[in-house]
Design a protein around this ligand. Structure first.
Ligand code: GDP
Ligand code: MG
Length: 163
């Protein structure tokens, strides 16, 4: 059985971009049950010769703002519970928003190791957000640009103890 890496975080931080970069054409499984496709995708990835399964907690496209936090919590907790390690992704250019402080509280009940990932960190636009993210208490974030493929080596190093 492959080790499982879950990518969690609020909408629009770049989770699916990282998922696509990791899984690429090897997308193994898209659950087509109603309501599931949008919420979650799984695929197999290989980094530096290590194979693992990736879960993208996705979707929320048609989401009603009032029900988003509840559905997100359910999805996030389910993915984290089945993962060997979770990547908690924020947008370095935005910094930490209240919803992410809330996600952080949900994660406190879990034994799954959490790796904080500050995405969109290309250039210097992410510096303030990266400093701000230290307050979440996960230590130095992995600085990543999922879109440009920067920081993948650091991401691999951070994952390696758990996969
Ligand atoms: P998700 O909702 O967390 O799955 O986020 P997406 O992967 O759909 O990405 C949301 C937006 O952020 C898209 O417009 C992406 O192109 C953009 N994005 C993703 N990664 C990066 C990045 O590393 N840098 C920048 N500048 N934009 C990114
Ligand atoms: Mg997505």
């Amino acid at each position: 059985k492959l080790p499982v890496v879950a990518i969690i975080g609020r909408p629009n931080v770049g989770k699916s971009t990282l998922f696509n970069r990791l899984v690429g054409k090897k997308l193994a499984l898209v659950d087509d049950r109603p309501g599931v496709t949008r919420d979650r995708r799984e695929g197999d990835a290989t980094l530096v010769g290590v194979d693992f399964r990736v879960i993208d907690t996705a979707g929320y496209e048609d989401e009603d703002a009032a029900t988003l936090p509840g559905r997100m919590r359910q999805q996030t907790e389910a993915a984290v519970a089945q993962a060997d390690v979770a990547l908690f992704m924020i947008d370095a250019r935005v910094g930490v928003v209240p919803l992410e402080e809330e996600i952080s509280r949900w994660l406190r009940g879990s034994d799954t190791p959490i790796v904080l990932v500050a995405n969109k960190a290309e250039g210097k636009a992410g510096e303030a957000g990266i400093l701000e993210s230290l307050a979440l208490g996960y230590g130095d974030p992995v600085q990543l640009s999922a879109e440009h493929g920067e920081g993948m080596g650091d991401l691999f190093e951070a994952l390696l103890p758990y996969i």
